[in-house]
Design a protein around this ligand. Structure first.
Ligand SMILES: Cc1cc2nc3c(=O)[nH]c(=O)nc-3n(C[C@H](O)[C@H](O)[C@H](O)COP(=O)(O)OP(=O)(O)OC[C@H]3O[C@@H](n4cnc5c(N)ncnc54)[C@H](O)[C@@H]3O)c2cc1C
Length: 368
């Protein structure tokens, strides 16, 4: 049996681990954080579970791009809830467009001045599928737990990789592991940890790539029975996403998350949080308490440089990083290689595993 070492337990790392397990590999996932899942982590405050980087996914309809990956891997038996957003909603007499997905401007879609232009590729692969509706889970950690249960091997948390050599990785706790290496962390960090020769032109190219901005999030606990729960997310002016939480999925929301792109450090978190809360009709009086996270928080938890929310920014085809590296036995996966999001990262995991297993074996695994 061959061994595969996966650095990072984000979606890309776990899904690659599941596919390689199906192909007969014994998989060891090495995760520096105390909780697995990377951007799919959740946390609990005052009895409320908050998702961090997972709210909804697209493409799970029969024959959809994500369903074609998730069904054969056994990920469709999670309690996915289908949500079809209306085109607009009326809150306190004001009509709000729910998404800006249908506003292509020439070849680009402008979401907001802070995010810059979204390329048509991102639009087509990441956002367009949302027009068919989206799917939610009661919490993102269900997906993480399911992925871990499908891995033939171990997921070691609290296990930071500090050095990579061809066919071997070393961890902070002094242990080392042998096998082919799949890195789910940023390529800059992967090669900062690499001990060995790499073509300078390859490293130079990686350094020229830029990262997408990070996200400032306000996690609000609501006073009882103040805000109606809605399963879909609301997008205010293209730069403020609002997600509603309620473990029962009906009646009143118990929590609300507000997300906006931001600089790495936010000098006055409370002021920004209050400004964002004030932009959502009826929310100011309903919030009992709130907590915030900045891109710096993300950097601390996931290690992503600058706390970038979506990793290397895919402005055009030259920004894609191929899963096969110049180092034999060292592969990349995750949102830094291809597109971000559950769909983008899952598609990249297929590419990574295809490089390792070959097309015929991968196709066999994905047969229904
Ligand atoms: C705020 C926010 C909201 C989002 N909302 C959605 C959404 O609603 N729907 C959607 O589809 N997508 C969403 N996304 C995007 C999606 O969450 C990500 O694209 C995806 O989860 C990234 O997975 P990944 O495997 O590439 O990397 P990550 O999740 O970043 O995983 C990398 C892992 O590597 C670990 N690591 C780092 N360094 C080391 C080391 N040296 N040794 C060991 N481990 C290490 C980290 O701790 C982390 O667990 C959102 C993202 C953000 C930030």
């Amino acid at each position: 049996m061959s061994d595969a070492l996966v650095i990072g337990s984000g979606l890309g790392g776990l899904l690659s681990g599941v596919i390689l397990s199906r192909a007969g590999y014994r998989v060891t996932v090495l995760e520096k954080a105390s909780q697995p899942g990377g951007c799919l982590q959740t946390f609990i405050r005052e009895g409320l579970r908050f998702d961090t980087g997972f709210h909804s996914v697209a493409g799970l309809e029969e024959g959809g791009p994500l369903e074609r990956i998730f069904r054969p891997l056994g990920l469709m038996d999670l309690p996915w809830e289908f949500v079809k957003e209306p085109d607009e909603i009326v809150l306190n007499g004001v009509s709000h467009r729910l998404t800006d997905l249908s506003y292509p401007l020439g070849n680009t879609l402008r979401l907001s001045s802070s995010t810059g232009d979204v390329t048509m590729d991102e639009y087509a692969h990441v956002m367009e599928p949302f027009k068919k509706g989206s799917w939610r889970l009661p919490s993102g950690d269900l997906l993480v737990k399911k992925l871990i249960s499908l891995i033939n091997g171990t997921v070691r948390t609290g296990c930071e990789v500090t050095a990579i050599e061809p066919g071997r990785v070393h961890c902070k706790d002094g242990r080392s592991y042998e096998g082919i290496v799949i890195s789910d962390i940023h390529p800059w960090q992967t090669f900062a940890l690499f001990r060995g020769h790499v073509r300078p032109s390859y490293l130079h190219r990686l350094q020229t790539l830029e990262n997408a901005p990070g996200i400032f999030t306000v996690y609000c606990k609501l006073q009882p029975e103040t805000i109606q729960y809605q399963p879909w997310s609301t997008n205010y002016n293209g730069d403020l996403m609002v997600h509603y939480g309620n473990p029962d999925g009906k009646g009143f929301a118990r929590s609300v998350d507000l997300l906006t792109f931001s600089e790495k450090y936010v000098s006055d978190r409370t002021a920004l949080a209050e400004e964002l809360i004030g932009r959502v009709p009826g929310l100011s009086g309903a919030v009992e308490k709130f907590w915030t996270s900045t891109p710096a928080t993300w950097e601390r938890y996931t290690g992503t440089p600058g706390g970038s929310a979506f990793g290397i920014r895919k402005k055009d085809a030259t920004c894609y990083v191929h899963p096969r590296t110049p180092v034999p036995g060292l592969y990349l996966t995750g949102q830094n290689c291809g597109l971000h999001g559950v769909l983008g990262v899952s598609e990249t995991a297929l590419l990574t595993c295809q490089e390792i297993l070959g097309e015929a074996t991968l196709n066999q695994i994905l047969q229904r």
